[in-house]
Design a protein around this ligand. Structure first.
Ligand code: NAG
Ligand code: NAG
Ligand code: NAG
Ligand code: NAG
Ligand code: NAG
Length: 486
C-alpha cells in the first residue's frame, strides 16, 4: 500500500516536472522572437526617447512625432519619423520585404496636405548619446535628414516620395465611413435620421476623384529649432520612469508612449516644398510658435484607440494636455492571441482599456496625472458623438484624480473636429504586415477643458485650445461600454 502510493507520488513528481519543463520550453519558444524587444525595453527604460530598435529586426515599429503650431495659431503641422519591421512570417518567404524607414509630413500648404517618404532601413542611423545624464537627448538620421530632441533638419528628396495609391486610400475611406456610421448609430439622433454608410463615405473623396489625384512627387526642406532649456519634459523617478508610469516595467506591452516635451516655444521654424524641377511650391514659417514632441514604439498599434493632444491654450498659455485611451492586451498581444485561439471564453479577460491622461497647468507649474496606473485616478466617462448638422465629431471625457494634498480634482474635456477633415495616416498594420493608411489624424481640433476641485467646486481652469491633434480608430463603443458601464 505504502509502496504503491510512494511510487505514484514519484511518478506524479516526474510528470509534474516534465509538464513544467514542457511549459517552460513552449513559453520560451513563444517569446523568443520577442526577446530583443523585451531586452530593449528593459535596457532603455530610463531613456524612453532613445532609439529602441537597435537589435530588433522583426515585428517592430518606432516613430517620433513632432507637432508645430505657428505663432498666430492658424496652422499646425506634424512630422513623424521612424522605422518599421513587419512580423516575420515563415509561410510568406517570398513576400515583399516591407521593412523600411520613413518620414511622414502632414499639414503642408501645397501641393498636397501630406506626404510619405520611404528609405531603406540602412539609411536610418542612430546618433544618440547614451552616456548618463543624456537620457532626454536623442538624435537619429534618415537619409539626409536629422531628427533630434531640440532640432529638425529635413531634406526629403522627391526620389523617396512614396505615392499612396487610390486603392489604399479608398479601402481606408470605406473603413472610416463604417466607423463613423457605428458612432452615429449609438446616438439618439440616429432614430430620427436614418443615415447609411453612403452618407459618411460621401464626406471623403470618391473613387473617381481619387483616380484624378495623381500626385506628382515633390521634395521638402525644413529647419526647426526648439532649445531643450525651454521644453516641458515630464518629471521622472525610479519608480515612474516615463509617461507609462510603473507599467514601463512591463517589457511586453504592445504599444508604448514616451513624451519628450509637453510644450515648447519654437525658436526657428521654416518649411518649404519644391517641385521635381526645383520650383518652390509652398513656404511656411513657424518662428515663435509652439511645439510638442512624443514617441511611440512597440509591436503593433492598439486595435482600438483615441488619442488627443492640445498645447495651444488661450487663457493659460504653456499648458498642455495628452489623452490616450486604448484597448490593451494586458499580458502582451501574443498572450491575448493564444487565449483567443485556445480559450475563447476567457478572451474578454486579456484586453482592458488603458489610459494615459495628463494635464499640465503652466501658470501654477502643476502636472495633474489621471492615468490608469495612478491608484487614485479614474476615468469616469468617455463618449464619441457626431453632430451631423455641424459635420463634426466630438470626443468627450471626464476623469478624476487626487493632487498632492489628497484633494479630489476633476478634468472634463470636449475635443471637436470636422468629420473627414483629417489627414489619412499610415500606421503599422498587424493583419496586412506593412505600413498602410490606418487612421485619420486631425491637427486642427478645438478643445475645451475644465478642471475643478470636486469637494468645494472651485474651478481651477476653464480654457480653450486650438490646433489639437486627434485620432479615433476602431470600435470605440468597446471602450465606451467598458468605461461607462463600470
Ligand atoms: C508671426 O510671424 C509672422 C512671420 O513669421 C510675422 O509677420 C507676424 O508679425 C508674427 N505675429 C506675431 C503675433 O508675432
Ligand atoms: C528585409 O530587408 C532588410 C534590409 O532593408 C534586411 O536586413 C532583412 O534581412 C530583409 N528581411 C527579409 C526577410 O528578407
Ligand atoms: C504621473 O505622471 C508623471 C509623468 O510621468 C509622473 O511624474 C508622476 O509621478 C505621475 N503621478 C503619479 C501619482 O503617478
Ligand atoms: C497643499 O498644501 C500646502 C500646505 O498645506 C499648501 O501650501 C498648498 O498650497 C496646497 N496645494 C494646493 C494645490 O492646494
Ligand atoms: C462638453 O460638452 C457638454 C455637452 O455639450 C457640455 O455639457 C460640457 O459642459 C462641455 N464641457 C466642457 C469642458 O466644455
Amino acid at each position: 500500500m505504502r509502496a504503491t502510493s510512494s511510487a505514484s507520488w514519484t511518478l506524479g513528481r516526474i510528470l509534474g516536472s516534465l509538464f513544467a519543463l514542457a511549459t517552460a520550453v513552449l513559453v520560451q519558444r513563444a517569446i523568443k522572437p520577442k526577446q530583443p524587444y523585451y531586452w530593449s525595453n528593459l535596457r532603455n527604460m530610463h531613456r524612453p526617447l532613445h532609439f529602441h530598435g537597435e537589435h530588433i529586426r522583426n515585428n517592430f515599429f518606432e516613430g517620433w512625432y513632432y507637432k508645430f503650431t505657428n505663432n498666430e495659431s492658424t496652422h499646425t503641422m506634424a512630422v513623424i519619423a521612424g522605422v518599421y519591421h513587419p512580423p516575420h512570417h515563415p509561410g510568406h518567404a517570398a513576400q515583399q520585404n516591407h521593412t523600411h524607414a520613413f518620414v511622414m509630413v502632414l499639414g503642408l500648404d501645397a501641393p498636397s496636405p501630406s506626404a510619405y517618404y520611404r528609405f531603406p532601413r540602412k539609411d536610418f542611423v542612430d546618433l544618440g548619446d547614451r552616456t548618463p545624464g543624456h537620457e532626454s537627448a536623442f538624435k537619429v538620421r534618415i537619409g539626409n535628414s536629422v531628427f533630434a530632441h531640440d532640432e529638425l533638419i529635413i531634406d526629403l528628396p522627391a526620389s523617396h516620395y512614396d505615392r499612396i495609391s487610390e486603392q489604399e486610400l479608398a479601402a481606408f475611406y470605406d473603413t472610416a465611413s463604417q466607423q463613423y456610421l457605428q458612432q452615429f448609430q449609438s446616438s439618439k439622433e440616429s432614430q430620427l435620421r436614418p443615415l447609411t454608410v453612403v452618407y459618411f463615405r460621401g464626406l471623403f473623396p470618391n473613387r473617381q476623384e481619387l483616380a484624378h489625384q495623381d500626385q506628382e512627387a515633390f521634395s521638402i526642406k525644413a529647419h526647426f529649432q526648439f532649445p531643450a532649456s525651454a521644453q516641458t519634459p515630464l518629471p521622472t523617478s525610479l519608480l515612474l520612469p516615463s509617461i507609462m508610469g510603473a507599467t514601463a516595467y512591463l517589457p511586453f506591452l504592445e504599444c508604448i508612449h514616451g513624451v519628450a516635451s509637453l510644450h515648447h516655444p519654437i525658436q526657428r521654424g521654416h518649411i518649404a516644398t519644391f517641385s521635381a524641377n526645383d520650383n518652390i511650391l509652398s513656404e511656411s514659417f513657424y518662428d515663435g510658435g509652439v511645439g510638442y514632441l512624443e514617441k511611440d514604439w512597440g509591436i503593433n498599434f492598439p486595435s482600438i484607440w483615441i488619442w488627443a493632444q492640445t498645447n495651444v491654450f488661450k487663457t493659460a498659455p504653456g499648458s498642455s494636455m495628452l489623452f490616450s485611451l486604448a484597448s490593451i492586451p494586458v499580458l502582451g498581444p501574443d498572450f491575448s492571441d493564444w487565449v483567443k485561439r485556445h480559450l475563447p471564453f476567457a478572451s474578454g479577460l486579456t484586453e482592458w482599456p488603458g489610459m494615459l491622461l495628463v494635464y499640465y497647468h503652466a501658470p501654477s507649474k502643476t502636472l495633474y496625472n489621471f492615468s490608469s496606473y495612478v491608484p487614485t485616478a479614474k476615468l469616469r466617462s468617455v463618449k464619441v458623438s457626431l453632430d451631423i448638422d455641424k459635420g463634426t465629431q466630438t470626443v468627450h471625457f471626464k476623469a478624476t484624480t487626487r493632487d498632492h494634498n489628497w484633494s479630489e480634482i476633476a478634468l472634463e474635456a470636449n475635443i471637436t473636429r470636422t468629420i473627414g477633415g483629417g489627414t489619412p495616416l499610415r500606421t503599422p498594420s498587424r493583419s496586412k504586415r506593412r505600413m498602410v493608411i490606418g487612421v485619420e489624424e486631425t491637427t486642427t481640433a478645438q478643445t475645451t477643458v475644465k478642471l475643478w476641485r470636486v469637494g468645494s467646486g472651485e474651478i481651477l481652469v476653464k480654457d480653450e485650445g486650438l490646433g489639437g491633434g486627434l485620432e479615433v480608430e476602431g470600435n470605440v463603443k468597446w471602450l465606451e461600454d467598458h468605461i461607462n458601464g463600470a
